[in-house]
Write a protein that binds this ligand. Structure first.
Ligand code: ARG
Length: 436
């Protein structure tokens, strides 16, 4: 590994573990250079966080990664229009672009583009503004929308040529017709079409809030569309803007390979989002179905044993899983998360193993697996050592906890006192199945 890259990886390690950082760097470097990521930058970030933004993008470039940058200039344009006394008019969310509006918009978009290119070059990163030649468009609805373009095709040549010359492409949301008429393209639509043409590994939206927010204004860490989408859309706090965003992202991901993901984050959090398992922002993936089986399927057995041994860094007793009286086995399609339910006291299932790789945890698979376990078991009990880092999370999920020596026993859906005592005793006395 070249010296600089080594130092950078070490630096990344300070965010999480350097192993983690190296793993993601490898993952991102594996895809073809131009397919690492499309980064869409909202106009507000261009206006308010330019320094932070240029620093984060320059850092990626130094790591040998070349994101394709696409930017809007909405807020800047609103300001310029106000200053010029031209009223802002929208129609179905699209900016009505009369000739007069275009006369104001073009220089504003050029300026935003140049500012970012300059900020990158000041940091020693070669960058190239791509203002033309990417979005071939025709007028969407000239009577009502004026010079708003509808994209007919995307030409990647200008982007690829920037990349192969060692420059970061910085693409603006402008299109043109075959005869050279310049048109205004809505930034979300431009992003979608560019993403579908590039088919990147990651799609990154840099926003001011740095993620999608829940009803308490906290960033939602991960969303798996197969497990969370319907549930989220049914929430009353998911207002129309977020609903639209979620629908757009789902549509976007449907057009990409299944390992592609969307990250919504801020300029300041971009590095942490990309190079740690936990991330900093909202990660959205198509996600994996959680399978339920009555027993551990033969073809899943050795994978499950390996997952347990690697995660806990211990060895299982021979044929330990095979010897269990299994009540249910739940696992993610990829096998990176699994839960084993066995027969317990009074017919209540005992959660014997719950295991998720750190990477899958960052994708929200732990939460999805837990939800599935809860759906299958109205009553449940399990144990964990008091010092286990997950103890706090278990505490939140459980209805009761009992301290039994080195163990904390958790229960859900049980209220009878005597039964609780029996469960606690049973749980604390169980063999964990590890070799001594
Ligand atoms: N670093 C990984 C990625 O960018 C995982 C990020 C997890 N992020 C999150 N907000 N949960 O693909």
């Amino acid at each position: 590994m070249p010296e600089l890259r080594r130092i950078v990886v070490e630096l990344l390690g300070q965010l999480g573990s350097s192993r983690e950082a190296r793993q993601y760097l490898k993952q991102f470097s594996r895809v073809e250079e131009s397919r690492f990521a499309v980064v869409k930058i909202g106009g507000a970030v261009m206006r308010d966080d330019l320094d932070e933004l240029a620093a984060a993008l320059a850092f990626l470039h130094r790591l040998g990664l070349t994101p394709i940058v696409l930017h809007g200039a909405g807020p800047q344009l609103d300001e310029a229009m106000e200053a010029a006394g031209v009223p802002v008019e929208k129609c179905n969310g699209l900016r009505v672009t009369t000739e007069e509006v275009m006369a104001v918009a073009r220089p504003v978009i050029y300026r935003a583009n140049t500012r970012l290119v300059d900020a990158l070059e000041e940091r020693g990163v070669r960058a190239r503004g791509v203002l033309h030649g990417v979005f071939n468009a025709r007028l969407a609805d000239p009577e009502r929308l004026g010079l708003v373009g509808e994209i007919e095709s995307v030409e990647l040549e200008p982007v690829r040529s920037a990349i192969s010359s060692g420059a970061l492409p910085v693409v603006a949301c402008l299109g043109e017709s075959a005869s050279g008429q310049v048109m205004n393209i809505n930034a979300d639509i431009a992003a979608r079409e560019l993403v579908w043409a590039v088919r990147p590994h990651k799609v990154i939206f840099l926003t001011g809030t740095g993620g999608l927010l829940d009803h308490r204004g906290r960033v939602i860490s991960a969303i798996s569309l197969v497990n969370d989408y319907d549930h989220l859309l049914a929430q009353e706090w998911v207002h129309s803007g977020m609903r639209l965003k979620l629908m757009q992202i789902r549509e976007l991901l449907e057009g990409l390979p299944s390992d592609a993901s969307v990250s919504i984050t801020s300029a300041a959090n971009l590095t942490r989002e990309l190079f740690t398992h936990t991330g900093a922002g909202t990660l959205i993936r198509r996600g994996e179905v959680i399978e339920f089986h009555e027993r551990v399927p033969a073809e899943r057995l050795s994978e499950f044993e390996a997952l347990l041994e690697n995660s806990f860094d211990r060895h299982l007793q021979p044929d330990w899983v095979g010897g269990r009286s299994v009540r249910g086995f739940l696992c993610a399609e990829s096998g990176r998360a699994a839960a084993l339910l066995v027969d317990g006291v009074d017919g209540i299932p005992y959660l014997d193993k719950f295991v998720v790789t750190p990477e899958a945890q960052g994708e929200g698979l732990g939460a999805a697996l837990w939800q599935a376990v809860r759906q299958h078991c109205p009553q449940l009990y399990w144990r964990a050592r008091a010092a286990n880092p997950i103890a706090g999370w278990y505490f939140q999920q459980s209805h009761t906890t009992h301290r039994k020596g080195q163990w904390i026993v958790y229960t859900i859906g049980v209220s009878d006192h005597e039964q609780l005592t029996r469960l606690a005793e049973d749980a604390a006395g169980r063999d964990s199945g590890w070799k001594i």
